[in-house]
Design a protein around this ligand. Structure first.
Ligand SMILES: NC(=O)c1ccc[n+]([C@@H]2O[C@H](COP(=O)([O-])OP(=O)(O)OC[C@H]3O[C@@H](n4cnc5c(N)ncnc54)[C@H](O)[C@@H]3O)[C@@H](O)[C@H]2O)c1
Length: 253
């Protein structure tokens, strides 16, 4: 028996990196997939890859930082498949690196709007639907930087700490309605996000980041997807309000 057979799984930022790996893993477990992402040239290839595993997959263009976009995306999901069983709030950006005194309001708000407000926007509409159903699972993509600080990344660190707060609060608020809410805290993962942040190309910076992990390597998106399947499926039926660390030992130090 597949772990997500006929479940409808909604994933923000599912065209790339960790989100795409989670979509592929969920499709392999028999789920209908809805990808909500900004329109991008990766759309066709990523969607073709997902559909080659399970044809019941659709794309909806959406900016998670816009409240009404999320409302439309959730409505499209329910219209297409009849329910919303699992939501993965994964879309995120890195942002400019500055110390707090040098960080512009614009740089701060850009990251907060996507990485924190985007998760609230998603959860608001997802929880309203799941409360009607009296069932559902939400997984939020946090980070190791949801638990500790990181120089020059105050916007990202604050947003991800906020994601844990949203996760724990929703878990308490909705536990009696049959809804579980958890987060994942990945260490640094070898995904396009690190390319955009200039980490992948810069040998010295990459080596420094690698050295921060006791396992002395970056994680893979597929390794995070295993945690997502655990939290999304009934294997974690007594797990809610947790933030699963998948980080090569980063936070154990
Ligand atoms: N890569 C890492 O090292 C790492 C570590 C810990 C946590 N994370 C988190 O994992 C999540 C996924 O990261 P990734 O490494 O796969 O990044 P990625 O850049 O490969 O993928 C992010 C996806 O989100 C989409 N996206 C960005 N802004 C959006 C918006 N406003 N609305 C809708 N979609 C949007 C992008 O188009 C892209 O498809 C992020 O929340 C990130 O903060 C990443």
């Amino acid at each position: 028996m597949k772990k997500l057979e006929n479940k409808t799984v909604f994933i923000t930022g599912g065209l790339s990196g960790i989100g795409k790996a989670c979509a592929i893993a969920a499709a392999k477990e028999g789920a209908n997939i809805v990808i909500a992402d900004m329109q991008s040239k990766e759309n066709e290839t990523a969607m073709a890859e997902i559909k080659s595993i399970n044809a019941k997959a659709i794309f909806t263009e959406c900016d998670v930082s816009v409240f009404t976009h999320m409302q439309v995306a959730i409505q499209k999901t329910v219209d297409a498949f009849g329910s919303l069983d699992v939501a993965l709030n994964n879309a995120g950006i890195g942002g400019e690196a500055h110390k707090i005194g040098d960080m512009s309001e614009h740089a701060w708000l850009k990251v907060i709007n996507v990485n924190l407000n985007g998760v609230f926007n998603g959860m608001h509409h997802q929880l309203a639907q799941m409360a009607k159903q009296k069932s559902g699972v939400i997984v939020n993509m946090a980070s190791i930087l949801a638990k500790v600080g990181f120089a020059s990344s105050a916007h990202y660190v604050a947003a991800k700490h906020g994601v844990i707060g949203l996760t724990q609060t929703a878990a308490i608020e909705y536990a009696e309605e049959g809804i579980r809410v958890n987060a994942i805290c990945p260490g640094f993962i070898d995904s396009p996000l690190l390319v955009k942040g200039g980490i992948s190309e810069n040998k010295e910076v990459k080596q420094l980041i690698v050295s921060l992990h006791p396992m002395k390597r970056l994680g893979k998106s597929e390794e995070i997807a295993t945690g997502f399947i655990f939290l999304a499926s009934n294997e974690s039926s007594f797990v809610t309000g947790t933030a699963l660390e998948m980080d090569g030992g980063y936070l154990a130090q």
